[in-house]
Design a protein around this ligand. Structure first.
Ligand code: ZN
Ligand code: ZN
Length: 105
């Protein structure tokens, strides 16, 4: 375990940084939302890049509906996380074009 990683673990326990779970489940860290603005994430499933996506009114409306569903199940929602998983610009540029199956029908 590197010292940088160990320091981040300490910060995580102190609530300063949050762990962002990616497809590979390796820890990615960022400043807690208490210190930044509420935002969502773009997660590249190929290289693991995580970028911030500023939330918008439509997304927040949808997520507030989902949080209301949680209330119906006796859960008390505090906040939410929204990760959009896909390919970053770099990885999608490297990927060969997908065959357009729908167009061939
Ligand atoms: Zn990528
Ligand atoms: Zn949100």
């Amino acid at each position: 375990m590197s010292s940088a990683y160990r320091n981040l673990t300490v910060l995580e326990h102190a609530g300063v940084v949050n762990r962002v779970i990616t497809k590979e489940d390796f820890g990615r860290y960022e400043l807690a939302e208490e210190l930044t603005e509420h935002h969502h994430h773009l997660v590249c499933s190929s290289c693991g890049l995580v970028r911030d996506l500023l939330s918008d009114v439509d997304a927040e409306r949808l997520m507030s509906l989902a949080m209301r569903r949680a209330t119906e199940q006796g859960f008390t929602p505090a906040t939410h996380r929204l990760d959009i998983v896909g390919l970053c610009a770099g990885c999608s540029a490297r990927k060969p074009a997908q065959p357009r199956t729908r167009a061939s029908v």
